[in-house]
Write a protein that binds this ligand. Structure first.
Ligand SMILES: Cc1cc2nc3c(=O)[nH]c(=O)nc-3n(C[C@H](O)[C@H](O)[C@H](O)COP(=O)(O)O)c2cc1C
Length: 331
């Protein structure tokens, strides 16, 4: 049985320092339990396909799908603020940890802690890292702009992780650090540990896994892309009528939609219902030239839809080899 021990594995009682991201509508109980069974910790997304207002049945169904696996969960914080009782629905399932991303975690931190779950805050900058410490985060996820899904263009993983590691060493040595953004293979995990992280949070690579609830055609589309093919933009959210704060852009595949509207966001907003109708029509036709497909730069490092267990085994096996022989020695 594979194991790679760090402070994170000790604290969470897991075998390998890998968490799966609580990705809205695709990271359900099946993916989360598969990550846990492979030795890491799976996080169930608090957001279901019918939107945050209707996520309670989704949370119930996904915890049921996870069975007896020890899993955690996660919310998009600014969305949770509009439906705060969802946090209690999740806490009823005794998650190992709750991850809060994108917005002020302070109003929710006490309930997470009272329930005995670890509080994980995902941050994109030093400013947000300090805020996370102020609200008592047990674990900080430092997310670089390479990441798939929402994030910011402010910082890259390679400098954000060691800078947050230095901050924690000086001011809060018991707070653990996880790197996110661009990690999809053993090189990424080994590099993250070298940069001072205690583990990694992986989104895109698991989003393409066999256990992901993403449809096969969209996974294939992303798997065929290289790392140049993504862009961080608000265009997808505007077209899809999703009220994300503009600070948080989505990393999506470049296509006709982004070619036409990136840089012309006000004009897309001005289209109003006509633009949204076009988006809904593209969704029906599964016209990926016109749809926002969220995936990170790591798209260029993956080619196959694989079961979670294979993904985790390969990442751990390769990272161990690199860490043992020294990543700098060429084979
Ligand atoms: C398809 C997709 C959906 C995502 N949805 C969420 C989400 O709902 N909540 C969240 O906190 N993070 C979400 N993320 C971001 C992840 O938490 C994480 O930061 C990111 O996936 C890490 O970078 P990577 O994709 O290169 O592994 C999403 C990422 C992807 C690829």
């Amino acid at each position: 049985m594979m194991a790679l021990r760090t402070r994170l594995t000790e604290r969470l009682g897991i075998r390998v320092p890998i968490l799966s991201a609580p990705m809205g509508v695709t990271a359900g109980g099946r993916m989360a339990s598969a990550v846990t069974e492979a030795g890491g910790l799976g996080l169930i997304a608090g957001l279901g396909p019918a939107g945050i207002a209707n996520s309670a049945p989704w949370i119930e169904a996904q915890y049921a799908a996870a069975g007896n696996s020890r899993v955690g969960g996660g919310f998009i914080t600014w969305m949770l603020a509009s439906q705060p009782d969802l946090l209690d629905r999740m806490l009823d399932h005794a998650p190992v940890a709750v991850m809060l991303s994108f917005g002020d975690a302070a109003p929710f931190a006490p309930a997470v802690k009272r329930a005995g779950a670890l509080l994980i805050c995902q941050v994109q900058s030093m400013r947000y890292a300090r805020q996370a410490l102020d609200c008592g985060a047990d674990i900080i996820v430092a997310q670089g702009g390479e990441a798939g899904g929402h994030g910011t263009t402010e910082r890259a993983t390679f400098t954000l992780v060691p800078e947050v590691a230095d901050l924690l060493a000086k001011t809060s040595p018991d707070t653990l650090l996880i790197a996110a953004g661009g990690i999809g293979d053993g090189r990424g995990l080994a590099a993250a540990l070298m940069l001072g992280a205690d583990g990694v949070l992986i989104g895109s690579r698991f989003w393409t896994s066999a256990e992901s609830l993403a449809a096969t055609d969209v996974k294939r589309h992303a798997l065929a892309a290289d790392g140049d093919a993504t862009i961080r933009t608000n265009v997808g959210d505007i077209a899809n009528n999703s009220p994300w704060p503009t600070e948080f852009t989505g990393r999506i595949l470049r296509n006709d939609l982004t070619d036409r509207w990136h840089g012309k966001e006000d004009a897309l907003r001005a289209e109003g219902e006509a633009g949204r109708d076009r988006y809904r029509a593209a969704l029906k036709l599964r016209d990926f030239r016109q749809l926002a497909v969220h995936v990170g730069e790591v798209a260029g490092l993956m080619t196959d839809e694989l079961p979670v267990s294979r993904i985790v085994e390969t990442i751990i096996g390769d990272a161990e080899k690199l860490l043992l022989r020294g990543a700098w020695q060429r084979a």
